[in-house]
Design a protein. Structure first.
Length: 370
């Protein structure tokens, strides 16, 4: 076979044993925490009809999906690029009659047709939790708290949370700072780019002060409150203060009220999770509405790749492993496994315990250190 045949496409890679072990442990801990907070796991399919994946959330771009024709229905199928939209479909269909608030969590791979400049990966492990049926302040507090609990359980340290108000421009443009509908997208874009000149040129001169209402939360929220002379943001500012007060000094808190990158379908509240040592955000979350059912929801998604940067390759402790010689005591070996030992059985006289990474060898039914 040609060596080129063994190359993987750009943006895809194998996770070898050491890395896979770290991923598995982190995923197990994150799911355990979500379960402890009352979130039930769902497992949506990898492939769905393109229209279904694009129709449950605002801002879902089908051009980023890997698409192909279903030979059965002749309709367009797509590999999921975000599992949140699938959870929204499940809540609106199979679990439409389930009691609310409905708490669901998930873990699985998503795929992108093309990577972006900040993240070259085209296949990503996404984990998350969604609280369906509410987008109030209590739901926002729960989402941030569960996300932090999950990351800390996985071993992440140096966490920080950056708050945003995804619907900021629309809220202000309706009355407080009037803005024609055809100018809103340009103003959002230039606020995102933090370009004062371009913002003014786009007709958003009144929005310039928002560029400076950013930074450490306590300072930035005061600046934002001072700008909200008409009170259009009063309930949102109060909600942010409540979330921040609940978290206290647990993590570093910042505010960038006009940040929109990664918040295509969130409504009044959004947050980004960062950690020392990670180049990209570990996750994002916030409040949103499920299209079709128009049901309010709050949740978050975590991504494994940046999380692994904070854990490092040496985070996974090597497990004590017992080498089982040929003709070993199988009952003793089974007992050791039930106690949490890892065993590696010889299948040939030439098998070497040390070379196979074992720390002990089974002798007379007892593990003996090598």
């Amino acid at each position: 076979m040609n060596q080129l045949d063994d190359l993987l496409p750009i943006g895809l890679e194998d996770a070898l044993p050491g890395r896979s072990a770290i991923i598995t442990r982190a995923m197990r801990e994150i799911l355990r925490v979500m379960d402890s907070h009352g979130y039930d796991r769902v497992r949506p399919p990898l492939i769905e009809f393109e229209r279904s994946l694009a129709g449950r959330m605002e801002g879902v771009a089908t051009r980023r999906m890997v698409r192909f024709t279903d030979p059965e229905s002749l309709r367009t199928l797509a590999l999921r690029a975000d599992m949140t939209v699938q959870v929204g479909r499940i809540a609106a269909t199979g679990l439409a009659d389930a009691p609310r608030p409905l708490r669901l969590c998930y873990a699985g791979d998503v795929a992108l047709l093309r990577a972006d400049q900040l993240d070259p990966a085209r296949q990503r492990l996404q984990l998350g939790a969604e609280l369906i049926g509410s987008d109030n302040v209590s739901a926002a507090i729960e989402a941030v708290t569960v996300a932090l609990d999950a990351l800390e359980a996985a071993g992440v340290t140096g966490l920080s949370v950056d708050f945003t108000l995804p619907d900021l421009v629309d809220t202000l443009a309706d009355k407080a700072l009037p803005l024609d509908a055809d100018k809103r997208e340009a103003v959002r874009r230039e606020l995102d780019m933090k370009d004062a000149g371009a913002l003014k040129a786009a007709g958003g001169a009144d929005y310039l002060p928002l560029l400076y209402a950013t930074g450490p939360f306590d300072e930035a929220i005061e600046k934002l409150a001072a700008l909200d002379a008409g009170g259009a943001l009063a309930t949102r500012i109060s909600g942010l203060r409540n979330v921040a007060d609940t978290l206290g000094s647990r993590v570093r808190l910042t505010l960038d009220p006009s940040e929109r990158h990664g918040f295509e379908y969130q409504s009044w509240f959004g947050f980004t999770l960062h950690a020392k040592g990670a180049r990209a955000a570990l996750g994002r979350g916030g409040t949103y509405a499920i299209k079709g059912s128009e049901e309010a929801a709050t949740g978050f998604s975590l991504y494994m790749e940046p999380l692994l940067e904070t854990l490092g390759t040496g985070s996974e402790k090597s497990r004590e492993t017992v080498f089982l010689p040929l003709e070993h005591d199988r009952d003793a070996a089974a007992r050791l496994r039930s106690e949490g030992w890892r065993t590696v059985a010889a299948i040939d006289e030439e098998d070497d315990a040390v070379r196979l990474g074992c720390s002990h060898i089974l002798k007379d039914g007892t593990p003996i250190g090598l």
